[in-house]
Design a protein around this ligand. Structure first.
Ligand SMILES: NC(=O)c1ccc[n+]([C@@H]2O[C@H](COP(=O)([O-])OP(=O)(O)OC[C@H]3O[C@@H](n4cnc5c(N)ncnc54)[C@H](O)[C@@H]3O)[C@@H](O)[C@H]2O)c1
Ligand SMILES: [Zn+2]
Length: 707
């Protein structure tokens, strides 16, 4: 593992404190809710508060009296969060409902810890009212406790206690014996039994800390349970803040935040991504928040990072340990490759050392979390949301380590325990049930002119198959509007926008750097930004001529040139694709539009030159030639429409659209989505054996037939 550069004497900056949760309970609202809705209300309040639990973490339950649909009898039913749900965003359908008496009866099938997995299989047999929602793996923690309302959450401040050598003493000190302590035990039926027995033997308990994991607590009403959970977390946070006050975290800062860190990340991420091995590409996520910079720049960074994370939630998302890098690896590709290779070897070693006879095959050995002193945290996963969440979970882990070290020594999850969770057969079954990813998942595209008709349609087409897209356009307001619209459809994580005039080399460079920093690199360039103009030769001014050449030739050249370095990095992972949006007029002569048509022809020929030059680099370059895409195109909003209408001696309204439709061989309108479909095909692996080609999408125009 790399050593930290630029060391200097630790600087005494005070540690970042924990944020105290506050009650958000609205009694007037709560008064209108049914018992099940109250459980949902409580769950959503808890789960959507990041000071209370991490994303998707924790589970809640209530034992409610229901009418049995078959017998009409009143029965006690356990409502508990369904498997894989998120209490912050779930709705009532996200709860599993199970007969409480049947759940209690399951104990006859249990003879010891080896039965844990078997017990999970019995849960569906307890289903109440044909509810198909699979119950959480933590269901026994809820069913075996004799309390009406139970919360189990993983707040950073609580895990900090749970993962510290000083945690048990601190628990006694804070709560004076009303909160119990159970040593680490993997979630499952055995943990439920241990918990039940502890509470039976200590009837005064109001909750139990689960070492290395989180807390479980209870109350008689939904509101009391909510208040109880919030106040326990606040107690822990307050206690840790007192212990951390006026002391620097992690032994103090030895590497200050690098002012160039955003640039360094933009440079490093594509290089790392290109060196990842495996059959799927990865998307990156970069974060330089204060907590991360405090940790990666600290004296104790290497020691703690190597220990790995503690809470199973953290560790499942982030892998056993991060890859730590120093600045020398950042500029040396061979060194970077070595670092990645040694990480993969260490992972394979962990797998071999811990595997059991029936363990599933080793999964991806690449690091998920990469930490760089002064720079921050980079995470990689097969899609953007997973990469972002992995980063956020590592942020949680940092908070845990900060708190844990303030009251003792941080304790990471034992390696064999970690392995048994990571390669748990039930976890493997969950992975096997996941649908196959869409074909573009893991791919990153930049679309110039992304605010326009064809650009936005192409972006949407790529996104619909799972790609991440950076929209680049000179029109800031419109590109931001388009981004918002696309984000509403495909999610905020997968689309970004950057203002970029493709005629400005510095802006083009900055756009690719932004793409690299936001997503980790580039697999697809759609060069599309364009304008249209029309004028007879004698009326074509130098300014008009230059404008066409600046945008349509130089603009395509600059985007291709600055995409090149990023695209080349993906050669070993199956190569990349550039798609030029050309024009019918690039192949067919146009009367009264010589500047536009000849500039488009130059760009098309540039594409073919680049196809030749790109082949050894795994870069394919192809062209789509649209014609008369009137609906949805902003080119056709302006003077071009009037000029073309005048040139064709028709009215600029529907008559013009009819004119082009009738002029086409197939007598059909050509829409932005039609161009997008061809661009998608050329961008995707469907066209893996094509380069230097053109596809005309023009409803048929004999003049444009390629010879
Ligand atoms: N619409 C058609 O009939 C047609 C026909 C043939 C070719 N094309 C080509 O298709 C491409 C897209 O056209 P569209 O119909 O979607 O038009 P559009 O006007 O809707 O989109 C073009 C986008 O490019 C942007 N742009 C223009 N100059 C730029 C610059 N210097 N830097 C960055 N962005 C810039 C604009 O702001 C706009 O958002 C163009 O290259 C165009 O030449 C279109
Ligand atoms: Zn848990």
């Amino acid at each position: 593992m790399a050593t930290v550069m630029n060391m200097h004497t630790p600087r005494p900056k005070a540690a970042i404190p924990f944020i105290l949760p506050a009650s958000r309970w609205d009694e007037a609202h709560a008064a209108t809710l049914t018992p099940a809705e109250l459980l949902l209300y409580r769950s959503n309040l808890l789960g959507s508060d990041l000071t209370v639990t991490n994303f998707g973490g924790g589970n809640t339950s209530a034992k409610l009296t229901e009418t049995d649909p078959l017998t009409g009898d009143s029965v006690l039913v356990l409502w508990v969060k369904g498997s894989g749900g998120d209490i912050g965003s779930m709705n009532l359908g996200g709860f599993a409902t199970l007969y409480q008496d049947k759940l209690l009866g399951l104990e006859t099938h249990y003879s010891g810890p080896d039965d844990d997995d078997k017990m999970v299989g019995y849960l569906p047999h307890c289903t109440f009212n044909l509810n198909g929602r699979a119950a959480s793996i933590d269901t026994p923690l809820h069913s075996l406790l004799p309390f009406a309302h139970v919360d189990h959450v993983h707040p950073d401040a609580i895990i900090a206690l749970a993962a510290s050598s000083g945690g048990e003493a601190a628990t006694r000190e804070i709560w004076g014996g009303s909160i119990g302590w159970l040593p680490w035990k993997r979630p499952g039926y055995t943990l439920g039994v241990l918990l039940r027995d502890t509470v039976r033997a200590n009837p005064h308990l109001k909750g139990v800390m689960l070492a290395g994991h989180g807390i479980i607590c209870w109350a008689d009403t939904a509101k009391d349970c909510y208040d109880h959970t919030i106040s326990l977390i606040a107690d822990a946070a307050r206690y840790l803040n007192t212990k951390m006050a006026d002391k620097p975290a992690f032994g103090g800062e030895i590497v200050p935040p690098n002012p160039e860190r955003a640039k360094i990340a933009a440079d490093l991420m594509p290089r790392l991504r290109g060196l990842m091995k495996g059959n799927r590409r990865k998307v990156g996520h970069y974060c330089d928040d204060a907590e991360t910079l405090e940790f990666v720049g600290s004296a104790n960074f290497e020691r703690l990072a190597l220990m790995g994370t503690s809470c199973p939630d953290h560790f499942l998302r982030t892998k056993i340990a991060p890859l730590t890098l120093d600045l020398t690896a950042l500029t040396d590709d061979a060194k970077l490759a070595e670092e990645l290779e040694s990480y993969r070897k260490a992972y394979a070693h962990y797998y071999d050392a811990c595997k059991r006879a029936n363990s599933p095959a080793m999964r991806d050995a690449n690091p998920v979390v990469v930490l760089v002193p002064g720079v921050g945290r980079i995470t990689f996963a097969t899609d953007k949301t997973t990469a972002r969440l992995a980063g956020e979970f590592y942020g949680n882990a940092i908070n845990v380590m900060r708190g844990a070290e303030a009251i003792g020594d941080y304790i990471a999850l034992d390696e064999q325990e970690a392995f048994d969770i990571e390669y748990w057969l039930l976890e493997e079954a969950k992975l096997q049930r996941m649908p196959a990813p869409k074909p573009m998942v893991g791919k990153i595209a930049l679309v110039t002119g992304g605010a326009g008709g064809i650009g936005a349609a192409t972006a949407a087409r790529l996104l619909s198959e799972g790609a991440c897209v950076m929209l680049a356009d000179r029109d800031t307001a419109v590109v931001e509007d388009v981004r918002t619209g696309i984000a509403a459809q495909f999610g905020k994580d997968v689309v970004r926008a950057v203002t970029c005039d493709v005629t400005d080399e510095a802006a083009v460079e900055a756009a690719f750097a932004a793409c690299a920093r936001e997503f980790g690199g580039l697999d697809i360039l759609v060069a599309n930004a364009g304008i249209a103009s029309s004028a007879p030769i004698e009326a074509t001014t130098m300014a008009l001529w230059n404008k066409n050449y600046d945008v349509l030739s130089t603009g395509y050249f600059l985007t291709a040139k600055h995409a090149w370095g990023l695209l080349k990095r993906m050669k070993a992972q199956g190569g990349t694709s550039m798609v030029f949006i050309g024009s019918k007029n690039a192949v067919a002569a146009a009367s009264g539009a010589s500047a536009y048509a000849s500039a488009k022809a130059a760009a098309n020929h540039l594409a073919r030159c680049l196809a030749l030059e790109g082949a050894p680099e795994g870069i394919r370059v192809n062209i789509v030639n649209p014609d008369a895409v009137i609906k949805g195109s902003r080119i056709w909003d302006g003077d071009w429409r009037k000029e073309r209408a005048a040139n064709n001696k028709v009215d600029p309204g529907e008559a013009l659209e009819a004119h082009y439709r009738e002029r086409s061989m197939l007598k059909r309108d050509v829409l932005p989505a039609d161009i997008a479909e061809a661009a998608y095909w050329l961008a995707s692996d469907l066209s893996a054996k094509s380069t230097g080609n053109m596809i005309n999408v023009d409803a048929g125009n004999a003049q444009a037939f390629v010879r």
